[in-house]
Design a protein around this ligand. Structure first.
Ligand code: ATP
Length: 197
């Protein structure tokens, strides 16, 4: 999967110029760069939701229906409990029983989610919400998974658990994972394709 000659500008500001990126299918792809470097904007382009005026060639990138995209701003229904939110994600997929990641994600469900299972999403901390929504994304059956800073707000004990669940998508289910992060220290234990913007 590749993006070739990607460029985007906003008014007179040229944000990205002729960027070429190749994505690995057997390692997590980690996009790193300073605040405002254009990481989320590139993710939007890959996911097929913008930004307006961006140009570039997409090679081997599936249609948006086959892409799971967890945005940086967490979106959730505040009155649903964690259990109801997970059930909501589960209804969006069909083959969980075949997914090795789903089996491994039970670790997250049993250890991280069980204490908050009956809590409403609106009452969770920011990091807890992030964990629930990342878990939900991993339940979906897609070809490509995009996570924009999935460990933002997640503490140093839980972040490796969440990252292992995401890495399982690559290792066990042979999915393509693209992720942004500002935390290179959290990623040391994984085999990565690092992309600097
Ligand atoms: N629709 C838009 N109109 C104008 N400027 C925009 C628009 N979308 C993004 N930008 C600008 O483009 C720049 C890159 O934004 P982007 O969200 O991609 O950064 P980022 O690398 O993900 O940053 P961070 O690490 O802070 O999340 C920012 O300066 C942002 O203000």
């Amino acid at each position: 999967m590749e993006v070739k000659n990607y460029s985007v500008s906003f008014g007179s500001r040229q944000l990205s110029t002729n960027i070429n990126v190749s994505f690995s299918s057997n390692k997590m792809n980690i996009i790193m760069g300073a605040n405002g470097a254009g990481k989320s904007t590139l993710l939007d382009f890959i996911a097929g939701i913008g930004p307006e005026g961006a140009v570039g060639e997409k090679v081997g990138i599936p249609s948006y229906q086959k892409i799971a995209y967890q945005l940086q701003q967490v979106h959730f229904f505040p009155t649903l409990t964690v259990a109801q939110t997970v059930a909501f994600y589960s209804q969006l997929t069909t083959n969980q029983s075949n997914s090795k990641t789903y089996e491994n994600a039970k670790n997250v469900r049993n250890n991280l989610l069980s204490p908050i299972w009956n809590t409403k999403m609106g009452q969770l901390s920011g990091g807890e919400r992030q964990i629930v929504l990342t878990y939900g994304q991993c339940l979906l059956d897609k070809e490509v998974y995009i996570f924009d800073e999935p460990t933002s707000g997640v503490d140093e004990k839980n972040a490796p658990v969440v990252l292992s669940m995401i890495n399982d998508l690559v290792i066990n289910d042979h999915k393509i994972v693209i992720m942004t992060s500002h935390h290179s220290d959290q990623l040391k234990q994984f085999d990565l394709n690092l992309i600097a913007l």
